[in-house]
Design a protein around this ligand. Structure first.
Ligand SMILES: [Zn+2]
Length: 133
């Protein structure tokens, strides 16, 4: 994805396209993938970027809030950012720490509970935890 594509995409989501934000977005939006903020920081460092850890964290949470990326919380200490924003589900491998996609139509939910009064269904996300044999 080119710099101008990224800039357009940020603007479409109401995010001002500062050079640092474009740099950070370029890492994750490059292809369908799941990266933690630390992994994004590591790649930025490899490319010689001096963006601070706080900027990466703040930027990723802003992107998630604006719907540019999806935040996937595996457990309280592990958050991934997903470049795929359409509805889908995930496998999480406890042994390798790897998150991978399950297509939306591969999961069927026949029995959803009654929703709490005064609420509408927004989305259902399934996280299937697996371990190596
Ligand atoms: Zn995903």
């Amino acid at each position: 994805m080119s710099r101008s594509d990224i800039t357009r995409r940020l603007k479409r989501h109401g995010v001002a396209a500062t050079p640092q934000r474009v740099e950070i977005a370029k890492i994750l939006l490059d292809r369908p993938q799941h990266l933690s903020a630390d992994q994004i920081l590591e790649r930025l460092r490899q490319e010689g970027s001096a963006v601070s850890k706080a900027t990466v964290y703040n930027t990723m949470h802003l992107f998630a809030e604006k719907g540019l990326v999806r935040e996937v919380n595996v457990d309280p200490s592990r958050t991934f950012f997903d470049s795929t924003t359409r509805p889908h589900h995930h496998f999480f491998n406890i042994d390798t720490g790897e998150l991978s996609d399950i297509p939306d139509d591969h999961v069927g939910l026949q029995h959803l509970p009654l929703l709490p009064e005064g609420t509408d269904l927004d989305s259902v996300e399934v996280l299937v935890r697996v371990r190596n044999k």
